[in-house]
Design a protein around this ligand. Structure first.
Ligand code: AR6
Length: 208
């Protein structure tokens, strides 16, 4: 299965009926979903990258709630997540997930990254949401190699979506074409896993 590399496209992973995971290129602050996941830091402070963009677009209510959570429960370790208001964003919630800082791969980074995705899915499902959108957590300022991150995120999201009670639609919103290509390649490569159920992959060509 080849990717239409010269064109803008999205990819749907049909993992159950009606459960679907969509890989798309875009700006997550503009993306329609019940919850948007923030690639946060342990102090829940507005930082750079996607975190800065979410705080800017959502307004000060998000940082106010983050401050309150931090003062109540302290800083959030890597691998954990917490929900706040989405302020002015279209989403109902922002789920702040703290990804691991890449330190070479033998400091538990893979398990912490998987845990971020798993926790965010659990929180959204418990909030009875139908849709959630993720950025590629840890792959920017925190330095996680993109291909390795994709091989963790995709199976984890599939597994979490298949057991979810309320969530039916998960999006991975990738900021640029190269990231989309890497995630799409990983998703296609895993569609007939050695263990676990296969899923159908559909590629849609988009008009730019
Ligand atoms: N929409 C979607 N993806 C985006 C956007 C956007 N608007 N902006 C950036 N990305 P990063 P991290 C992609 O650095 O590596 C912050 O300061 C980006 O291309 O935002 O988890 C936090 O406060 C990359 O692929 O998050 C933390 O301190 C991905 O989002 C720290 O950075 C994640 O990049 C977290 O670092």
């Amino acid at each position: 299965m080849d990717l239409p590399r010269g064109k803008n496209y999205d990819v749907s992973l049909l993992v159950g009926d009606p459960h679907e995971i969509r890989l798309v290129r875009g700006d997550i602050t503009q993306y329609p979903a019940d919850a948007i996941v923030n690639a946060a830091n342990s102090e829940l402070l507005p930082g750079g990258g996607v975190c800065g963009a979410i705080h800017r677009a959502g307004g000060p209510l998000i940082a106010d709630e983050c401050r309150r959570i931090r003062s109540e429960r302290g800083s959030l370790p890597a691998g954990q997540a917490v929900a706040t208001t989405a302020g002015r964003l279209e989403a109902k919630y922002v789920i702040h997930a703290v990804g691991p800082v890449w330190q070479g791969g033998d400091h538990g980074e893979a398990e912490m990254l998987a845990s971020c995705y798993r926790e965010s899915m659990c929180i959204a499902d418990e909030l009875k949401l139908h849709s959630i959108a993720f950025p590629a957590i840890s792959t920017g300022i925190f330095g996680y190699p993109v291909e390795q991150a994709a091989w963790i995120a995709i199976p984890l999201l599939i597994e979490s979506l298949r057991v979810a009670k309320n969530l039916v639609f998960v999006s991975l919103v990738l900021f640029d074409k190269t990231m989309l290509d890497v995630f799409a390649t990983a998703a296609i490569a895993q569609r007939k896993p050695a263990s676990g159920d296969p899923y159908e992959v559909r590629i849609g060509i988009m008009n730019d």
